[in-house]
Design a binder for this molecule. Structure first.
Ligand code: BEZ
Length: 204
């Protein structure tokens, strides 16, 4: 066997350790985390989950609305044939507890953490896709702020009129739609709402 002086197997192993497991955790973002991560992540990758759809079905009484006039924000809704494209952030585990504490505060209105399989990487390039376990935040129909399904025009009206401590509900929707477009992610539900809300803005 020849000795390769330029090969440093140990250094490579450390990098892979971080990316693989134990010292780091993948966090899947599908909402505000896409356009406003504000996380100390060490890597970000396009990622997708199967079996869920992104829907503006969660009420927001603390960020994009008020208890009297709740706004709407996205959650993941189980759907056998569904998929949701987003972004996976790799978090160093030394930062993770603080990150969860921040997110638990930021998303306290009904979301809980869930571990699920993420498919990492872009489908449009020839890079191989990797499946990892990751954590995401989901608000199901059992939380008090849950709003559930409604016609697109009605959801658009609610978004159009809602404002909370974090800003307008319109901003949340338009930033999300823009971020999805920038990443070449198609999501008919989001883009239909964007179209409706832009029409309402034009009329106002
Ligand atoms: C997000 O993926 O952006 C997200 C959604 C709900 C709660 C926390 C984060």
């Amino acid at each position: 066997m020849t000795t390769d002086m330029h090969h440093h197997p140990e250094a490579q192993t450390q990098e892979q350790d971080l990316a693989n497991e134990e010292s780091a955790t993948w966090l899947f973002g599908y909402g505000s985390l896409i356009w406003k991560p504000e996380l100390p992540f060490v890597d970000a990758q396009p990622a997708r989950i199967d079996g869920y759809l992104r829907r503006f079905w969660q009420g927001s009484e603390d960020h994009r609305g008020t208890p009297e006039a709740p706004g709407r924000v996205v959650t993941l809704v189980p759907d056998r044939q569904g998929r949701c494209d987003g972004v996976a952030y790799l978090m160093n585990n030394v930062d993770i507890e603080q990150t969860f504490a921040q997110l638990d505060h930021r998303e306290k209105n009904g979301y809980t953490r869930l571990t699920l399989s993420l498919k990492l990487g872009s489908e449009t390039t020839s890079e191989s896709q990797e499946i990892v376990q990751g954590i995401t935040y989901i608000a199901n129909e059992n939380n008090e702020a849950y709003r559930g399904p409604a016609p697109i025009k009605q959801i658009a009206e609610e978004i159009f009129h809602s404002v909370g401590p974090s800003g307008t509900n319109i901003e949340y929707l338009l930033e999300l739609a823009e971020a999805l477009r920038a990443r070449a992610i198609d999501d008919p539900h989001i883009f239909a709402l964007e179209t409706e809300v832009l029409a309402l803005l034009q009329q106002s």
